[in-house]
Design a protein. Structure first.
Length: 193
């Protein structure tokens, strides 16, 4: 049996516009009068539409407008049953669960990195660089002292003093990144921080 989209929409409890969009998306063919095969329409809906959404708003074959709800209400309002508020709570819970699972999937795919891990790695790298700089005078002072024929101890102390002064200045300059992840260096260079 072939029916107009208005009748098909009313039968499944969706708007005429939604039925037309669905027909276009799944590629159902209309006849010369613009009617659509009812069995093909219902089969396509069963294949492409979530079963929980297929019966939403349908009661006895006729569409029923769901009462408007305000977010965050704990108890049902007048004219609204406990099953309606329970259904809304379940929907919200499922949405949050899906969002959480999506974030976990992105983390597994290495698209997201734990902030604490990045901060710990950056700290360890900075510590290693600082230690390498502090060890530099002990490593190069004897070589330079022999090359320039100067006192090894004086050269060592001068190099150590300059490196410690440099590290002190860098520590006062603050972090390379702000807490929001933007570059702090460019902010300071432009007088912003």
């Amino acid at each position: 049996m072939r029916l107009p989209t208005r009748e098909l929409a009313a039968e499944v409890g969706i708007s005429h516009r939604a039925a037309n969009i669905f027909v276009a998306r799944v590629g159902l063919k209309r006849d010369q009068d613009g009617k659509i095969d009812r069995k093909a329409f219902l089969a396509a809906r069963a294949q492409y539409v979530n079963p929980a959404q297929q019966q939403r708003g349908v009661k006895g074959g006729r569409p029923v407008k769901a009462p408007a709800r305000k977010a965050g209400r704990a108890s049902p309002q007048r004219g609204e049953s406990h099953s309606d508020s329970l259904g809304e709570a379940q929907r919200q819970r499922e949405w949050l669960k899906a969002k959480r699972e999506g974030l976990q999937l992105e983390k597994l795919e290495a698209k997201l990195i734990d902030v604490a891990e990045v901060e710990a790695a950056a700290f360890e790298r900075a510590r290693a660089e600082r230690d390498a700089l502090l060890n530099l005078p002990a490593r190069v002072a004897p070589i330079l002292a022999a090359e320039f024929e100067i006192d090894n101890r004086k050269l060592f102390l001068a190099l150590e003093k300059q490196i410690r002064l440099f590290l002190s200045e860098r520590a006062e300059a603050g972090p390379l990144l702000n807490s929001n992840g933007s570059k702090a260096i460019s902010d300071r260079a432009h007088g912003g921080g």
